[in-house]
Design a binder for this molecule. Structure first.
Ligand code: SAH
Length: 407
């Protein structure tokens, strides 16, 4: 018998609408004696079945829902839902996995794949797992074994070293879970090739959520820019957008980041690519600097670029930080606009969940208005289709961006 969570009268609506989180404030009482991480059955005040999920009394989100059907959550359930998430990437595989290329993409996107707290990314032959909650943590060996059975990777590595685990009462956990340890650097292939440091890099090693936007940049340079293209890649990390630009040909890419480690890895990745032979006059710079300072200096030097990519880290971690974050985004975009040649492009992002796509567009509009320039939205940008967003879980849609043509 699983324990039962009884929901307060009038608080069942979000659960019935399939939002996966139940906060402690919505709970009337707990019946039974579950261990932290155990499966609980969620019922209404008048004892109607609502959902089933895993329980963590230490977290403000006391229950994360796994199913809204009255079904057992056993190993067969986990196998089925993991297989469903993986199958959801099948179209993508045929698209990017030409000739056994060393593909990299997300296989399991947590709540948005109806597997709360679990992230699984693929880098060539390896899987990298992030366990964000206690409910996943206590099932980690089973989940790793199921992933090994399903996908037959060379190895599974864990990168559960994120701050949110603290809210679940968990410490960081890093290391090999199954099979071989990955090499220190895994080469992966998109339009450009990259080294990924899955042991020390951000997230699970690479910004997989920008994969489709890198492709959009590649196409833009190929289709719309003739002659030499000056590309400014602000917040470059390991060179995702910069090296993609170089792969398109004829590009001078200026990559700016405050992290020397990230820039050094970007520079190493140059060696994996044909543009190191500079067949079409490609050239590159890696500049360790604060992006805000770099922009001011570049304006003083009257530099001009055909394309500016601006992909800063999360500025707003909660609602209280939105105003300050908005000033940061405005300042960046204002100066970015000023550096763009007439007819050039700005590709600008925010990965702050607390800032909606609408608000972000308003901030960028405010920046534009201060410059007196003109800009057209060519595309609204978001993550690729390996990062699906459950319609019932808006919290999962953090990345938004705009592709703008600037006059
Ligand atoms: N565009 C990258 C991801 C960017 S992540 C990609 O597609 O791979 C954000 C990056 O901003 C990190 O690499 C971090 O080191 C860098 N960063 C954070 N604050 C910065 C600042 N003030 N100036 C420059 N870089 C900064």
């Amino acid at each position: 018998m699983t324990a039962t969570i009884v929901i307060k009268k009038g608080r069942e609506k979000p659960i019935a609408q399939q939002h996966p989180w139940i906060f402690s404030g919505a709970i009337e009482k707990l019946q039974g004696n579950p261990a932290p991480g155990d499966i609980v059955t969620v019922v209404s005040y008048d004892n109607r079945f609502l959902a089933r999920g895993y329980w963590n009394p230490k977290s403000q989100i006391q229950v994360r829902i796994l199913t809204w059907q009255d079904e057992p959550i056993d190993e067969g359930w986990w196998r089925r839902i993991l297989a469903r998430a993986v199958a959801g990437r099948a179209i993508l595989n045929t698209h990017i996995e030409r000739d056994g290329a060393a593909a990299a993409y997300r296989l399991v996107n947590a709540e948005s794949d109806y597997l709360p707290g679990l992230i699984v990314d693929r880098y060539d032959k390896w899987l990298v797992v992030q366990s964000l909650t206690l409910g996943i943590e206590v099932r980690k060996p089973m989940i790793a074994a199921l992933l090994a059975e399903l996908l037959k990777p060379a190895g599974i590595y864990e990168r559960s070293d994120v701050d949110v685990r603290g809210k679940e009462g968990l410490k960081a956990a890093v290391g090999r879970l199954e099979g071989e340890s990955p090499p220190a650097l895994i080469p992966i292939e998109e339009t450009s090739h990259f080294y990924v440091d899955v042991m020390n890099g951000h997230k699970t090693g690479f910004y997989l959520d920008q994969r489709e936007n890198r492709r959009i940049l590649f196409d833009l340079i190929n289709q719309d820019i003739s002659g030499e293209c000056r590309l400014l890649n602000l917040f470059s990390y390991t060179g995702g957008f910069g090296l993609t630009g170089l792969a398109a040909g004829g590009v001078h890419a200026v990559n700016v980041d405050s992290s020397l480690d990230a820039l050094e890895l970007a520079e190493k990745s140059i060696q994996l690519n044909s543009f190191r032979e500079q067949q079409h006059g490609e050239s590159w710079e890696f500049i360790q600097a604060d992006a805000f300072d770099y922009l001011h200096d570049a304006l003083d030097r009257r530099e001009q670029f055909d394309i500016v990519v601006c992909d800063p880290p999360k500025f707003a971690h909660n609602k209280q930080q939105v105003e300050r974050a908005a000033r940061g985004y405005k300042d960046l975009n204002l100066n970015a606009f000023k550096l763009i040649k007439s007819g050039g492009y700005l590709i600008t992002f925010s990965c702050s969940g607390a800032i909606s796509a609408d608000l972000f567009q308003k901030i960028v509009f405010g920046a534009l208005a201060d410059t007196g320039r003109q800009a057209q939205i060519l595309r609204h940008l978001g993550p690729g289709d390996d990062h699906p967003a459950a319609l019932t879980f808006p919290e999962g849609s953090y990345l938004k961006g705009l592709l703008l043509r600037v006059y």
